[in-house]
Design a binder for this molecule. Structure first.
Ligand SMILES: Cc1cc2nc3c(=O)[nH]c(=O)nc-3n(C[C@H](O)[C@H](O)[C@H](O)COP(=O)(O)O)c2cc1C
Ligand SMILES: Nc1ncnc2c1ncn2[C@@H]1O[C@H](COP(=O)(O)OP(=O)(O)O)[C@@H](O)[C@H]1O
Length: 312
């Protein structure tokens, strides 16, 4: 997969088949579209291209919308990389770009820059300034500029019954297993390990505190989760606490993980941690002792869950 920083830096000798979208999550519905894109390209001797936008249009046009995303842009790229698509164009979505008319977008970007011979698009896709153009307009442009439009029907989309919105909602409710089914891969949180309050070791549960640099990344509901990560090429399970640590008088949200069978300094390491299931809500305990007891129960629950689901 070749990555292009915007339509203007795209160049290929070949004609392309293009699909357009933000693809947050790259969930099973997105994957179906991309599969169709890749197969169409092979059958028609075209190159496949995904035109995606960053920042998310809603981050630019409704600054107050404060939208949180399932994937950071880096995560989105990594997942798309595995789909076998030839080109990924991450076009900067700016106010200026949003003011392009439908015709300018089609003519200057799809036709002249991307050399599209085919565009695969959802039945309800709208584009151009104020989202005024729809798929019928795109078909008309296709006649004029010599490209085909392939529609992904309402039925095709509803059959999958998955949407980025539903996945975001599930994560905000802590239902990671549901989200993971829709995604077809485990939702993850990635960042660098930073210093915490230094209490974990006293608890006999040292926890790696994750700092996520992307403020637009969606953080699931506060609580305790069974997790998994690859650390230096080895697989580790653990338990993660997302919350404000009310028992020890915490004030801000932290994301902390205790890994089983690991005893190593992780400060400064970049970790991508997969969330597998939710154990419980975060609680304010009346003593450190009761918190410790709860954490021992979390550990027992996690280990049972791992045995049941990941035994070799
Ligand atoms: C599995 C697990 C569950 C936790 N559950 C809670 C909880 O329910 N309530 C709470 O106040 N803190 C909870 N904590 C957070 C501890 O208070 C925290 O690990 C401790 O304050 C150490 O903080 P430090 O890493 O900043 O030193 C949990 C931590 C872990 C690893
Ligand atoms: N099994 C483990 N799981 C998580 N972190 C561990 C583990 N073993 C050692 N560590 C190290 O201990 C650190 C956490 O210790 P802790 O006492 O909780 O301090 P702090 O909260 O100040 O970071 C982690 O950042 C990591 O470097």
């Amino acid at each position: 997969m070749k990555e292009h920083k915007g339509a203007h830096s795209f160049y290929s000798d070949h004609h392309t088949v293009v699909t357009i979208g933000t693809f947050d999550g790259v969930h099973v519905g997105h994957q179906k579209i991309i599969e169709r894109l890749v197969n169409t390209a092979r059958a028609g001797n075209l190159e496949s291209a995904i035109l995606t936008f960053f920042p998310h249009p809603r981050m630019v046009l409704q600054k107050d919308a404060d939208i949180k995303l399932i994937n950071t842009i880096e995560e989105r790229k990594k997942i798309l990389e595995k789909t076998g698509v030839d080109h990924l164009i991450v076009h900067p979505f700016t106010r200026q770009f949003s003011r392009l008319s439908a015709r300018e977008f089609v003519r200057d970007i799809l036709v002249h820059k991307l050399k599209a011979k085919k565009v695969i698009i959802g039945y309800d896709h709208r584009f151009g300034r104020n989202r005024t153009a729809d798929i019928d307009d795109l078909r008309e442009f296709g006649k004029e500029y010599d490209f085909d439009v392939e529609e992904i029907s309402k039925q095709d989309i509803e059959e999958v019954a998955v949407s980025s919105t539903k996945i975001r909602q599930a994560l905000l409710e802590g239902r990671v297993e549901k989200a993971n089914r829709y995604l077809s891969y485990p939702f993850s949180l990635a960042g660098t390990v930073v210093k915490g309050k230094g209490l974990g070791k006293e608890f006999s549960y040292p926890t790696a505190n994750l700092h996520i640099k992307e403020d637009y990344k969606l953080i699931p509901k506060n609580g305790v989760y069974v997790v998994h990560a690859e650390i230096d090429g080895k697989s580790y399970f653990g338990m993660m606490s997302i919350g404000t640590n009310p028992t020890v008088g915490g004030t801000h949200k932290t994301i902390e993980t205790y890994f089983f069978n690991l005893d190593r300094d992780l400060y400064g390491q970049f970790l991508s941690i997969e969330l597998l299931t939710r154990i419980r809500d975060e609680k304010k305990f009346d003593s450190i002792e009761s918190l410790k007891t709860a954490m021992r129960q979390d550990e027992a629950f996690s280990k049972q869950y791992i045995r049941d689901n990941y035994a070799e």
